[in-house]
Design a binder for this molecule. Sequence first.
Ligand code: MV4
Length: 448
Amino acid sequence: MFRKILIANRGEIALRIIWACRELGIKTVAIYSTADADSLHVRFADEEVCIGPPRNQDSYLNVSAVISAAEITDAEAVHPGYGFLAESAHFAEVCRECGLTFIGPEPDVIRKMGDKAVARSTMMEAGVPTIPGSEGILDGPEHAAEIAEKIGYPVLIKASAGGGGRGMRIANDADELERMYNAATAEAGAAFGNAEVYLEKYLKNPRHIEFQVLGDTHGNIVHLFERECSIQRRHQKLVEESPSVALDDDLRARMAEAAIKAARAVDYVNAGTIEFLLDEDKNFYFIEMNTRIQVEHPVTELVTGIDIIKEMVRVAAGEPISVTQDEIVSRGHAIECRVNAEHPETFVPSPGKITTFHSPGGPGIRIDTHCHGDATIPPFYDSMIAKVIAYGGTRGEAILRMRRAMESFVIEGIHTNVALQRKIVSDEDFVRGRMSTAFMERFLEKKG
Ligand code: MV4
């Protein structure tokens, strides 16, 4: 096992990784920008290294600064968390060249799954269901038109380097196609420096359901069931839960089998997520694979009892996954609400000094946060400041616990979305489990 791990991240996930390392008896090194000097991840790590000024490019994304911090502290491994360098194949390669273990999958796998067109064709070849559309990238608008005629409109043109919704355009008919093709390639070229696009049939109001997977270096691959992540606004998830009310045992088993097949197709090692869309007729399709730990991993931890961060560290050290598939069971229900420092009406980020921070607790409530009553939220980073995860024996109990947690969460000094989250988990459609990726638009319209 590792003696010392550097955590190449900040905020709640850096703290979450510190807790896992402590329980494993591993020393931790925090890195921080000057904006985070007083942050809790710096306080609770065994060692800390300032790696630069606030801007991401100058600190948390600065590969040579991160690697230098690992070298001077004699760390053996790097946990990247999510965001920042977590899905940088280049960073994973540099780690390896410097004799550091990157706690994540192989660089080649990160690169392959980072290209969404390659991911799609890899899964088609492996026999994982994908949405009807192009086999690979499109040659031009005529190529797009030819496929669209075959599969029928509407179609969605997606950037190969995209994910998270950027460089995506819907074409409702042949008249719109060329314009949408050009818009998607232009946006992709400008945003990613890669104008390649592919095409899929556009699914109306799908659910977003993902499966957590874990692989080790001994050839074991397991799944940890699903998360329903349909409640999002502008591709930012707001509420996640497990299990999904949309799956019955048969559909769950078929999706789990496809998730394992997808992970096997790339000999996946470490923690990953297979993303599916589920259409209104309950057909499911692979869309993307995330090669990192995800923000919403705690809902899976609560229903399975498995500490995913610890498993990531163990697997990276060459140990087998600590459980077999037969031993992994989902019990009860977990829901996560993301608490963001943002204006409740405009959704504009609201950094600043927190003057009061009273976080809920009690039965079935887990809070993952780096915030406290005297913390300052810098303006340079993501606006997510806490995750509230409610567990219950049933979905109903988890909802009641979440509602009471959101009613007793007191954050003053900055704006937050706590009140909005309380309304979401009290919404009739939410309570009935009637949700799709269109949920938030409808919800915000209803509210007026
Ligand atoms: C789709 C889709 C409908 N049809 N693909 C959005 C981001 C990217 N990760 C995939 N996305 C979508 N792909 C087809 N063929 C609808 C979405 C989508 C979406 C997906 C997951 C979660 C939220 C979403 C919100 C809007 C659109």
